[in-house]
Ligand binder design. Structure first.
Ligand SMILES: Nc1ncnc2c1ncn2[C@@H]1O[C@H](COP(=O)(O)OP(=O)(O)OP(=O)(O)O)[C@@H](O)[C@H]1O
Length: 261
């Protein structure tokens, strides 16, 4: 059978987020140095590396929670290097926080409805009565169906299993209709079955957006991610698909003696 043509066409995944020469110093300590990244629509990109490699700092730089010391960041073709975090979130670069981002005493449905009325993903308008959110119910139900939580929509979020809380948290992030979704250790603390469920959801939500994730579970990275960037001491050690990165001697050495799998 003929191999697919390698020429660029309309199907070629486009770069939606890119960084060039990203650097961040903390009082003379260089936490991130000369990092280049290209994140593509429809792809899942993993940022991995030993503890202290600079992964969280890169996330904070991309989302503009931290200002880079040097380098540039482009989102959807626009330079966002000096843009405030709220504006970047409104443009579609959204970071999924941990479980603490959900409201345990609200129902699953109300968690998503509240997320749908957030103007920029960073603030919740608590003064609005929940009844004012009724018009958001159809969209909230659609999102819950997309992540397989429709059957528990009237449960209190706090009563969900750990894995399903993570899924709800992803659904509240999807409410912001991100073009680029940043996931910070989505499998942290999860049992085996939950990892499978959350992997399936991440794969399906990546169909129509770009996903960048920090993940320590290398089995998940191997299974889920199209492209991997390995950081060590703030710099890119290697980049490529899982097969090439996992065969890289420098990567193997970097992981030796760490707690990673
Ligand atoms: N606000 C800060 N002030 C000073 N140093 C910092 C600050 N934030 C991070 N660092 C340092 O920068 C380096 C990179 O930290 P970062 O948290 O980005 O690594 P990481 O790869 O996310 O690590 P982990 O896997 O442990 O979460 C570490 O040495 C850390 O101590």
């Amino acid at each position: 059978m003929a191999a697919p043509a390698a020429t660029a066409g309309p199907e070629q995944p486009r770069v939606v987020l890119s960084a060039r020469g990203l650097r961040r110093d903390f009082a003379g300590f260089v936490a991130v140095n000369n990092v280049d990244l290209d994140i593509h629509h429809g792809k899942i990109h993993a940022l991995i590396g030993p503890n202290g490699a600079g992964k969280t700092t890169v996330f904070n730089l991309l989302t503009k929670f931290l200002q880079p010391t040097a380098g540039t960041i482009e989102l959807l073709g626009q330079d966002i290097t000096n843009m405030p975090a709220a504006k970047v979130a409104r443009m579609g670069l959204v970071r999924s926080f941990q479980i603490s981002a959900i409201f345990p005493f609200l129902s699953v449905l109300d968690n998503v409805r509240v997320a749908l009325q957030r103007p920029n993903g960073l603030a919740v308008q608590f003064w609005r009565p929940l009844s004012a959110l009724d018009r958001l119910t159809p969209r909230a139900e659609e999102l819950l169906a997309a992540v397989g939580l429709e059957d528990v929509r009237h449960k209190l979020a706090g009563d969900l299993s750990y894995g399903r809380k993570r899924v709800l948290e992803i659904a509240t992030t999807l409410a912001l209709d991100p073009k680029v979704l940043l996931l910070d250790e989505p499998m942290a603390g999860m049992g085996h079955e939950d990892v499978g469920m959350v992997s399936g959801i991440i794969r399906s939500v990546a169909g129509d957006r770009a996903v960048l994730m920090v993940e320590h579970n290398l089995a998940v990275v191997a299974d889920l991610c199209d492209w991997i960037t390995v950081l060590q001491r703030g710099e890119i050690l290697a980049a490529g698909d899982y097969t090439s990165v996992s065969r890289d001697e420098r990567v193997r050495t970097a992981y030796m003696g760490t707690e990673h799998e």
